[in-house]
Write a protein that binds this ligand. Structure first.
Ligand SMILES: [Zn+2]
Length: 158
């Protein structure tokens, strides 16, 4: 209601000031028509935005699906180097080529979220499984001393 009053006031400025009652009804009529136009304009803009967002996301989605693959943490079995964000080459299985050495020595790292004191860490210790490191026996986390296995489970505190 306050905005109605403002609108009619502004309208009244350019013409001669009509009677209070006439101004009120004329102002209300004008602002409701204006409001309709505004709503139509806003709806158009929103629709256009939604359409462009849809086009952009579908385009990007198609592109990412085509050109990118999974990003995982890997460890070099020779140097022990950890690469936390390694883009897995598409259609290839491990060991992956280490771009630094050119050698096929990168294996998927397993995350261990256990902290030494039995709590859960936000950033895991990344562990290379013994089977990939060429060692026998169960893999032990160098940080907390707990066993680590393939698809290492997230800790459950009992
Ligand atoms: Zn651990």
């Amino acid at each position: 209601m306050a905005s109605h009053g403002k609108g009619s006031l502004l309208k009244g400025i350019d013409g001669s000031q009509p009677a209070a009652g006439a101004a009120k009804s004329a102002g209300a009529k004008g602002s409701s028509a204006e409001r309709k136009n505004k709503i139509v304009a806003i709806v158009c803009v929103v629709l256009l935005l939604a359409l462009s967002v849809f086009i952009v996301t579908s385009f990007l989605g198609g592109e990412t699906a085509a050109s990118t693959s999974e990003v995982r943490a890997v460890i070099d079995s020779e140097s022990g180097e950890l690469i936390e964000k390694f883009r897995l080459p598409e259609g290839k299985s491990f060991p992956y080529v280490n771009p630094k050495t050119g050698r096929n020595t990168l294996y998927l790292a397993e995350p261990c979220f256990w902290a030494k004191d039995g709590t859960i860490k936000v950033h895991p210790t990344w562990v290379l499984l013994n089977e990939f490191a060429g060692k026998s026996g169960p893999t032990i986390c160098p940080d907390c001393g707990k066993p680590v296995k393939s698809h290492n489970p997230y800790p459950v505190i009992r």
